[in-house]
Design a binder for this molecule. Sequence first.
Ligand code: SF4
Length: 354
Amino acid sequence: MLEQIKKKLAKGNAINREQALYLLTRADLLEVGKLADGLRRAKHPHNRVTFVVDRNVNYTNVCQSECRFCAFYRRADAADAYLLDYQAIFAKIQELVDHGGTQLLMQGGLHPELKIDWFEELFRQLKQRFPGVRVHSLSPAEVIHIAKLSGLSMEECLGRLQSAGLDSVPGGGAEVLVDEVRQEISPNKIGWRDWAAVMEAAHGLGMRTTATMMFGSKEKPADIVEHLFRIREIQARTGGFTAFIPWTFQPANTELGGETASGVEYLKVLALSRIVLDNVENIQASWVTQGARMAQVALFFGANDLGGTMLEENVVAAAGVSFRLSQEEIVEMAREAGFIPAKRSTTYDIITTY
Ligand code: SF4
């Protein structure tokens, strides 16, 4: 089977689900890594590794969804529940701008009271104050929640958010795009078709988005394969995904609990992502969940991007994992691994090469 897969890839053809499952469950890690590395080098021959200077702003931790894998959310009456006001959000964005940042990743819980006017007014004011900041914010689950709360269709809601200043949508909340898995880990959250519908609607409006996968919880290998093919199929229709980001479930402080995926599992899934997603340009290494050393290794298993500098990160930190890296450390990390570090925009235009 491996020889068959190698031949297919060498001819530039896509592999099928059965072959992907073979690579994930039966093939040797280094063989899969070598294939992914070859594909990454062919797609990105300039030897550059990119990153974006960004900040997460988690505007609220109040969330009605109560996902079993999430250590971040709080019920509205919890002592440490919060909702940031506009001024607090602007102060955080000012810090981002002071650090030369370009991307705002604003995400929160599914708050029971925040309707579309709260977001429209926020984005309008934000764009006036910080015209150079790219608003890469809200996940598909938040868009659908805001739409329902405001009595709007999802498409109407997304269109209004875009008019107010939303530039692009991050692919958070994808977890695993198989409803049987979602039922187990996040029974109150949108199903995979809704996630896909928001992404396709965003692409239809000319927004670029990313796609993610959180694995290592309750899914089976075949679910990981299905997830990758579902992303691949959406991309074939719209071409709107800029990047794919696989990351691992962090069990501490969650209802679900259990173990996190091993480094070997992470690298295998990362490499498989590069191999299956031949129509997605960029594959991100997740140093936030894997740490800097593993992220360096990931650059030889298909990844070409180190994601954001994340001036602030609360969601993974709530699960007790807090890797922190400065812009200089990210540059050094890429350089030490033998690559040319480059600062990029949200849409992967190169801003500075180091
Ligand atoms: S993962 Fe998101 S939607 Fe689920 S409980 Fe956490 S904040 Fe809410």
